[in-house]
Design a protein around this ligand. Sequence first.
Ligand code: UD1
Length: 432
Amino acid sequence: MIDVLCISGPSKPLSGRVVVSGAKNASLPLLFASLLTGEPCVFDNVPDLEDTNATLRILRSFGARYEYRDNQVKIHTEKLVSTTAPYGLVKAMRASFWLMGPLLARAGRASVSLPGGDAIGTRPVDLHLKGLSAFGAEFRMDHGVVHAEAPGGLRPAEINLDFPSVGATHNILMAASLIPGRSVLRGAAREPEIVDVCAFLESLGAEISGAGTDEISIVGTDRPGSGYHRVVGDRIEAATMLLAAAVTAGEIQLEGISASILDSTLLLLRQMGCEIIISESGDVINLKAPMELKSISFETAPYPGVATDVQAIFLAALTRAAGVSVIKENIFESRFGHVAEYRRFGADIQISGRQAEVVGVPNLSGAPVEAHDIRAAAGLVIMGLLAEGTTQIRELHHLDRGYERMAEKLKSLGADIVRVPAIDAREVVVGC
Ligand code: UD1
């Protein structure tokens, strides 16, 4: 059924307690990594998302059997029944290219379609291939498909990445986890989701040091056992909830995530005028927002810098902040697609190349809008909370890819938000 999200704004101050779900960006590579072993694996705190379900369906086509309930996945790929990921799979979810490492390591061969471009820019895979080639894999491109083979088996290697690509780091580490002998990855991505995957690979039997730094050393195992991991909290959902509270002059308590992996987000929120108190244990974050947010300037960068995934969400919040904010997007070349939709609310945003200049305006008015990617969808929710009148957000499948029960969570904090079925996506919206 096609749904529309209706938000009445401006929202009253959000208040209460909210628990962040497990991270999508850790769950997907973890699930792909379960293909590395013929033994059963269990994952806890897996968010119930479109992307999680799509990943499980993909894994089923490779021979995985699984149960998924109450945020727990029990998965077992006793026998790999295929080493080919056709375009239909990879196109539906770009992260499917992460199949390359596990398939190659376990079966010695893999054929995976190139992901192609999407709403936020081109997604090259040269760094993935460079890393896997160092292990002895040979690649050939044919009709948009990357065919990989390791005729003599994979051997350990020392690899230097020119850029700390998250995807390439996942693929390289997953392959290395089945290669006996020490491999070293320099220039690795340092994201908490990489640390999560490393912990799981260790549970399979790999020995890893340096996860979370730019140099990771890994001694693989040729007898991977069963694996277990509890997924880390979702940094991007946490940022979204904190910003939702911030734009409504609210006061919330956020749980389910360690504040230590939110440093850059918390710094920006403080610069915007929010008071943030972190519990002694580090995993309860209290935010109290001012009546009016201040403008800020920042640029996106690999972790621990400001994540590209929060850019659209901060940008939305800044449309009504006092003053002028400047945001530079350094990770993807065309990740300002949301700006056209934000302008429909009356936002004053100028784009020049990779930079956006946002002039805070005193009023925004609710509008019918469409989401074009996951984080843009979350940004539209923030706009809906800020704007006067009703906002209707369509193309909610983007939101569903990355946020578990978002409307429900915001409603529990006091937002006037409701998800209603649309009779037809292009026709009248019932109930708004
Ligand atoms: C990126 C983000 C990640 C975010 C995800 C979804 C970074 C470093 N990564 O991860 O935080 O959750 O998008 O929005 O912020 N690149 C190459 N060659 C490659 C691989 C990547 O040139 O082989 C380039 C990409 O074009 C891009 C940059 O490196 O400009 C980041 O790529 P990468 O980290 O691999 O992207 P994702 O894994 O999608």
